[in-house]
Design a protein around this ligand. Structure first.
Ligand SMILES: Nc1ncnc2c1ncn2[C@@H]1O[C@H](COP(=O)(O)OP(=O)(O)O)[C@@H](O)[C@H]1O
Ligand SMILES: [Mg+2]
Length: 248
């Protein structure tokens, strides 16, 4: 049965292996529309694989993955493109084209995937660059950007098509605390001001606690806790309790 109208993303008993290695085992969770879910877990526990399953860069071996009312495991190319248009993805490495200026990087998806005029594209790119604090950097090449600016540029690229669902894979990793909290603010702003559903994989528990309404903790391919910070803190899984606790 398809999820209700308030559910943005739903995993139903999803498993995924690579060769003989099972990376996700029987994982089920739901993300309500407009909420922020933070995915926590040690390295190699299937967090990035989970995001890639959501945008169907990877396909599960078993289970259903609903994006709103569509089970994407049954969709073919055309249906998938329609569903992917609802999502923006901030990749771990920002995934910018190095030979294109920032403006060109952001204009590209609009040129390819929308019928916007040149003026409309200019105005959309301007708007999103201002939103992430890079309004003066239209002509900058990605190689000239600092780590924090690069993440913000990647975020702008994820947001330029005005997605209903924003996925971010370790958006603040490798950044100093102040720059990391600027990225967290932008994610939070996206949720509160635009009601975007946000799913973030993060190692930064400070940021997670600031941005997340709910948390999913993965351990060795299992979802070991899922709920509010309080619920995860009182979970009977020790790894989950450790990961959600703020360092003293
Ligand atoms: N495309 C792939 N092919 C084979 N193995 C993969 C692939 N993607 C991920 N894995 C493996 O799946 C496991 C989980 O990966 P990942 O989801 O990237 O972990 P993390 O929780 O650190 O993001 C790792 O052991 C990784 O090596
Ligand atoms: Mg990862």
């Amino acid at each position: 049965m398809s999820p209700d109208n308030h559910t943005a993303v739903s995993f139903e008993r999803v498993s995924k292996s690579f060769g003989t290695k099972e990376v996700l085992h029987d994982v089920s969770f739901q993300v309500a529309a407009g909420e922020a879910l933070c995915i926590l877990g040690r390295s190699g526990t299937g967090k990035s694989v989970t995001l890639k399953l959501i945008i169907a860069l990877l396909r599960p071996d078993a289970g259903k993955i609903w994006i709103e009312q569509d089970d994407i495991t049954t969709l073919k190319t055309e249906g998938l493109s329609r569903v992917r248009r609802k999502m923006g993805f901030l990749f771990q490495d920002a995934a910018l084209f190095d030979s294109l200026t920032l403006y060109e990087n952001l204009a590209l998806p609009l040129l390819r995937l929308t019928k916007k005029s040149q003026e409309e594209i200019d105005s959309s790119v301007d708007k999103v660059l201002r939103q992430v604090g890079l309004g003066a950097d239209k002509k900058t090449m990605p190689s000239e950007l600092s780590g924090g600016m690069r993440k913000r540029a990647g975020l702008a690229r994820a947001l330029v098509l005005e997605p209903k669902i924003l996925l971010a894979d370790e958006p603040s990793s490798g950044l100093d605390r102040i720059t990391a909290s600027e990225i967290d603010e932008l994610l939070l702003q996206q949720k509160t001001e635009r009601q975007t559903t946000v799913i973030v994989v993060t190692h930064d528990v400070h940021g997670a606690r600031r941005v997340g309404d709910r948390f999913a903790v993965f351990d060795k391919g299992h979802l070991v806790a899922h709920g509010t910070a309080g619920e995860v803190q009182s979970s009977d899984n020790e790894t989950a309790r450790q990961l959600i606790s703020l360092p003293c």
